[in-house]
Design a protein around this ligand. Sequence first.
Ligand code: SF4
Length: 93
Amino acid sequence: MMAFDMTFSVDDGVYRSACRMCHGGCGVLAYVRDGKVVKLQGDPESPLNRGRLCPKGMAIVELLYHPDRLKHPLKRQEKEARGNGNGSLGRRP
Ligand code: SF4
């Protein structure tokens, strides 16, 4: 399976974007260095959040680069997918 690299082919700098951790879409400024987001802060020019971010928004960078993050779809194993016929997915004793 192809490895998924979380670096971007963009120049270093500050990019205006929107948080998508909820439906709110607060304005964010993403600081990019060497193709990675190194810092995120609320966009002071966003009329929605005026420079503020909630804790979920503040955690985006940690989520983006967390070692346990799923980076590709997982393939279900056949035995697990079928279950045992009694409505549960566990094995019969
Ligand atoms: S900063 Fe918080 S409130 Fe704003 S869009 Fe992100 S998760 Fe929603």
